[in-house]
Design a protein around this ligand. Structure first.
Ligand SMILES: Nc1ncnc2c1ncn2[C@@H]1O[C@H](COP(=O)(O)OP(=O)(O)OP(=O)(O)O)[C@@H](O)[C@H]1O
Ligand SMILES: [Mg+2]
Length: 362
């Protein structure tokens, strides 16, 4: 096979590198809407659960679809996934403040006013709260099922957004001193929560953020897995994503190409054949553009990938490159195709006969 020959010195076409990299602490899974991010991140978390001591999968997508994939309800609190002893899942909405959290009332009023001057700090703050929480829980690896592309990159920018905001607060404090205390009272912060308490909390948050920011930029600790499908728009979007990640200094060297049509079933449909040809064109381009990436291809299935059993079954493609069981052009494959076509022909002939008989009766 010519296609294979050229790929000899390319990285292996599986996700094994991610499963084997024991130093990884944060694994982001992202890509365009509907390409299979939730499916892939769920499978990754299942596979990691058998390689690492404890795994947490977090969905930062407001659409919360981990519950669909695992067929189990999840909340903001990490919940053990049924059938596992070390795999936890949680669904957070980065747009919603955690209202029940103690002491957040004072912060909310204060921060939401601050948010007017520092764009994105509100969201950044709840992301930071979540990271802070997760940090203290001591999971060996945390997988993020992220929201579609634009949103993901914004999340990854949060640490620096927040750092800037906090720096500004600090310089405000040194410039205006006691004025900040008056400001906080003005913004509805009670007397019992002094400026020092607020700044202390922000200062603490800043430490977490700085730490996480460093971790996100460390390829030993963090990697981003791009999920896509073999189509023009997805190729284009993936290139944009990879460039943005490079800009943010976030490591990425795995691409999962989902919904690939393989011609192993002797497909006779003209539509499918045309789609396969089109996919082939974009697959070639992926291999050309990302020859230093691990590119994992996943077959398009006839059914959805729902529930732990289906996810587990599909996970084999993360460990082994997809290998069509029958090689094209062999006697075996041609015989199979002939028998399939004969079957189809028989079906159509019998249907025609039925219709003809029906007409005679009328
Ligand atoms: N290779 C595949 N073959 C068949 N169905 C698939 C495949 N991959 C994913 N699916 C199904 O497609 C649907 C979308 O997949 P998934 O939810 O993983 O995408 P997503 O990228 O997370 O979507 P969103 O952007 O909406 O969060 C799901 O119902 C899933 O079961
Ligand atoms: Mg999803």
């Amino acid at each position: 096979m010519e296609e294979m020959a050229g790929r000899d010195n390319m990285p292996e076409g599986t996700m094994r590198n991610v499963l084997d990299q024991k130093s990884l602490k944060w694994v982001f899974v992202g890509g365009k809407g509907g390409v299979g991010k939730t499916t892939c991140s769920s499978i990754l978390s299942i596979l990691l659960a058998s390689a690492r001591s404890s795994v947490l999968i977090i969905s930062t997508d407001p659409a919360h679809n981990l519950s669909d994939a695992f067929q189990q309800r999840f909340t903001r609190a990490p919940t053990l996934v049924n059938g596992f002893t070390n795999l936890y899942a949680m669904e957070v909405d980065p747009n919603v403040e955690n209202e029940e959290e103690e002491g957040s009332d004072a912060m909310d009023g204060f921060l939401s006013d601050l948010a007017n001057s520092i764009p994105g700090i509100d969201e950044a703050m709840s992301f930071a709260e979540m990271l802070k929480l997760v940090q203290t829980m001591d999971y060996s690896v945390i997988v993020f099922d992220t929201a579609p592309t634009g949103h993901t990159l914004r999340l990854l920018q949060f640490p620096s957004t927040l750092e800037k905001g906090l720096d500004r607060m600090m310089s405000l404090k040194s410039k205006f001193g006691g004025l900040l205390g008056q400001m906080s009272r003005l913004f509805g912060v009670g007397d019992e929560v002094g400026e020092d308490a607020i700044l202390g909390k922000l200062e603490g948050m800043k430490d977490v953020i700085e730490k996480v920011n460093r971790q996100f930029k460390d390829p030993d600790l963090t990697t981003f897995v791009c999920v896509c499908i073999p189509e023009f728009l997805s190729l284009y979007e993936t290139e944009r994503l990879v460039q943005e990640l490079t800009k943010f200094e976030i490591d990425t060297h795995n691409i999962i190409i989902n919904q690939v049509l393989f011609d192993e079933e002797g497909v006779e449909s003209r539509l499918l054949k045309a789609r396969m040809k089109m996919q082939g064109k974009y697959l070639d381009q992926f291999y050309m553009l990302y020859d230093d990436f691990h590119i994992t291809k996943l077959p398009l299935l006839a059914e959805e990938v729902c529930g732990v059993e289906a996810l587990k079954a599909f996970s084999k493609h993360f460990r082994q490159p997809y290998d069509p069981s029958i090689t094209q052009g062999t006697v075996e494959e041609l015989e199979l195709r002939v028998s399939r076509l004969q079957g189809q022909l028989r079906d159509v002939v019998s249907e025609l006969e039925k219709v003809k008989k029906g007409k005679q009766v009328l």
